[in-house]
Design a protein around this ligand. Structure first.
Ligand code: UDP
Ligand code: MG
Length: 309
């Protein structure tokens, strides 16, 4: 018998956890025919509602249901990592609790693993039902990422992934603190099959990602998988040195040849504010990397457990 573990990060998902269970278990007979058992790992990411209680109710009924509760909200990335450490399956799949990652396509995904793929990833082909501003910035993020990072990061990729134990162990060998799974999955490589599906809107509860949270997450992604912004800062430095050099020459020549007095403080003010702006911006970029390095060297645990069932 093989074992397939589903890892479900949950943050205030009391309305969804049982619906998810029933929807997921519709695949039971398919997997039984293929000598594969199922187990569920709900990772309660510091929910303040009755998520943990609902999962415990299910666990009392069905021994295949497990619960891991964090001591506080550590974020979805931490939940994914914890799930990989705890779940012992020969295959692991990550799924959202809100049924936006349809369990109905799991059999097809599993089929690709039997064909010899190491992992099966999913992406949404559209962003139907999402605020347009968010879609716009999301698209821009992926465009920039593709230019500045050598790691493949697919537009519209979801965290809905089925992978073999070998891939899971590869990911577990990356214990970095600033985790950006979309990048980590691409970084480890292996044969990946991409499956597409239409976006499904969340039926119950609300999205846990505010625009600001997504913006900070995108910065995590950039600093974790690209050092191009640092090169950009250096490039700006060179560019402005050259410009300043040209200006100095220009001023000297004008004074020597035409005898013009150097005039005007407005132009000076403009130049000074422009250059200090650029300087602060570049310093900010360096600061971002320094901050990430600082968090990384502290070696704090990625998550803390309150309860495990
Ligand atoms: N989630 C989590 N911790 C968080 C935020 C979200 O575990 O801090 C979980 C959430 O419960 C859900 C999944 O991550 O199962 C995806 O979140 P959500 O549906 O809010 O994101 P969206 O689908 O809107 O991108
Ligand atoms: Mg969702």
């Amino acid at each position: 018998m093989k074992l397939l573990s589903a890892v479900i990060p949950c943050y205030n998902e009391e309305e969804n956890v049982t619906d998810f269970y029933h929807e997921f278990m519709k695949n039971e007979s398919f997997f039984r025919e293929r000598d594969t058992e199922l187990e569920l790992w709900y990772i309660d990411d510091g929910s303040s509602d009755r998520t943990a209680f609902r999962v415990k109710e299910m666990a009392a009924q069905d021994k295949r249901v497990h619960l891991l509760s964090f001591s506080r909200n550590f974020g979805k990335e931490a939940a994914i990592y914890a799930g990989m450490e705890k779940a012992k399956g020969d295959y692991i799949v990550f799924m959202d609790a809100d049924l936006q990652d349809p369990p109905s396509i799991l059999p097809e995904m599993f089929g690709y693993l039997s064909e010899g793929y190491d992992s099966v990833a999913t992406r949404r082909v559209n962003r139907k039902g999402e605020p347009p501003v968010r879609s716009f910035f999301a698209r821009m993020f992926y465009r920039i990422m593709r230019k500045i990072s050598r790691t493949e990061i697919m537009d519209g990729a979801r965290d809905y992934r089925l992978m073999s134990r070998q891939v899971v162990d590869a990911i577990l060998s990356m214990p970095e603190y600033n985790r950006f799974s979309k990048g980590i999955f691409g970084w480890v490589g292996f044969q990946t099959k991409w499956m597409e599906f239409e976006n499904i809107e969340r039926k119950k509860g609300e999205t846990k990602w505010s625009f600001w949270k997504l913006f900070l997450y995108s910065l995590d992604g950039i600093t974790a998988f690209s050092t191009t912004p640092l090169a950009f800062a250096a490039f700006m430095g060179v560019l402005f040195c050259l410009a300043a050099f040209a200006l100095i020459l220009f001023t000297i020549v004008r004074k020597a040849v035409f005898g013009d007095p150097t005039s005007g403080w407005p132009s000076l003010v403009c130049i000074i504010s422009l250059i200090s702006g650029v300087q602060l911006f570049c310093l900010g970029i360096v600061g971002q990397y320094l901050a990430k390095t600082y968090m990384e060297v502290k070696r704090r645990p990625i998550y803390l457990i309150k309860e495990e069932i």
